[in-house]
Design a protein around this ligand. Structure first.
Ligand code: DAH
Length: 362
């Protein structure tokens, strides 16, 4: 076989090998062997110079065709290899966004936060707006404007944490109840008023069912022609939704609060005959749940609302207590001890937000 035929044979082999080259390196190697500086076809081209015109006419176009064939075959294969690499990368970096998050969220929602969310969800559904006030409150709002003047005996009932008197003589306290949010709301807004105010409260008290820091929710409705009947209906709706039962029975007991007249405490019918269990809506036991009453006319006028035109009802209760009852937690002290085992046991899934449609607690 002549030198030319041998080289042409090599080039033809290379043309066969190119479409199956496994990677860029193998492909580049084949290209160099064919049309690199010392490649077979480069050598063939350099032989043209010493050929006769006839031979040159015969071989010239063939050798040039070799260059063109190798170049286009290499570029075709290069494109295929690049596409294969991209496909492999897309497959390996693929993310299924429908999979659940990993790792599972480890934090839990504290039962108090859960119940605060449940309470606000229920009252929001009844058309109440959420109102808030500060934990450090004016003595005036916590007591005086709620018809508890400085020497009133009811101040003793509250075991107040006093804050050092300010230079201007003003006195602050850690609020002993959420009722001052009533004052703040009425001073700021004209009726109709419909608010629920959840939040922290403080009293010098500590045992299995009392913590010096605890939580209350407060309700206030002020409008024309508001009566105790409205109050009873709202509380019934609230307890039904909160305890997730079809019906509840409330018992009214006359009571005394300086800021309401008349004042009523509400008990809820329940069944505690099975040790460690509680059922609502049936049974022969009664559970004290909320203080309430018709807003005292003096409170209305001290807060800038005309008691001749408007009346209102108010109610308030303990959030921690609701959490203990609903979720069967016997002792209030671990609520605020940050014990991870307790939090894990009594905590709620972080991503389940309580709603009336979706379910309050799952
Ligand atoms: N603030 C009262 C307490 O902490 C509870 C209360 C009673 C709130 C009657 C009210 C109410 O709004 O009308 O004991």
């Amino acid at each position: 076989m002549s030198d030319i035929d041998e080289k042409q044979k090599r080039i033809d082999e290379i043309l066969v090998a190119i479409p199956t080259a496994r990677d860029e390196r193998e492909l580049e190697n084949l290209r160099i062997q064919a049309i690199g500086k010392k490649g077979a076809n480069t050598e063939l081209l350099s032989m043209l110079g010493s050929m006769s015109i006839e031979e040159r006419k015969h071989y010239g176009p063939r050798f040039n065709a070799n260059t063109a064939n190798v170049t286009s075959a290499v570029s075709l294969r290069k494109g295929q290899l690049a596409e294969e690499a991209m496909n492999a990368r897309l497959a390996s970096e693929r993310i299924d966004v429908t999979l659940p998050p990993r790792p599972e969220p480890r934090g839990t929602i504290h039962p108090v936060s859960q119940v605060l969310d449940e309470v606000t969800a229920i009252f929001a559904d009844l058309g109440f707006a959420v109102a808030e006030g500060p934990d450090i409150e004016f003595d005036d709002y916590n007591f005086t404007k709620l018809n508890i003047p400085p020497d009133h005996p009811a101040r003793q009932m509250h075991d107040t944490f006093y804050v050092a008197r300010q230079a201007d003589g003003s006195q602050h306290v850690l609020r002993t109840h959420t009722s001052p949010v009533q004052v703040r709301t009425m001073l700021k807004k004209k009726p109709p008023i419909r608010i629920v105010a959840p939040g922290r409260t403080y009293r010098v008290d500590s045992d299995a069912t009392h913590s010096p820091m605890f939580h209350q929710y407060e309700g206030l409705v002020v409008d024309e022609n508001i009566s105790l009947g409205h109050l009873k209906w709202v509380l019934e709706e609230f307890y039904k939704a909160f305890f997730e039962v079809d019906s509840v029975e409330l018992r009214a007991r006359p009571s005394y609060f300086p800021f309401t007249e008349p004042s009523v405490e509400w008990d809820l019918r329940c069944d505690r005959s099975v040790q460690g269990q509680i059922k609502f809506g049936t049974g022969n036991d009664w559970l004290e749940l909320a203080g309430s009453g018709m807003v005292h006319p003096r409170v209305l006028s001290m807060c800038g609302i005309d008691p001749k035109r408007y009346s209102g009802f108010a109610f308030g209760g303990g959030v921690d207590r609701l959490a203990m009852l609903k979720y069967g937690i016997p002792d209030i002290r671990p609520f605020f001890e940050s014990d991870l085992r307790w939090l894990k046991h009594f905590g709620f899934a972080a991503l389940d937000v309580p709603t009336l449609d979706g379910g309050l607690s799952r």
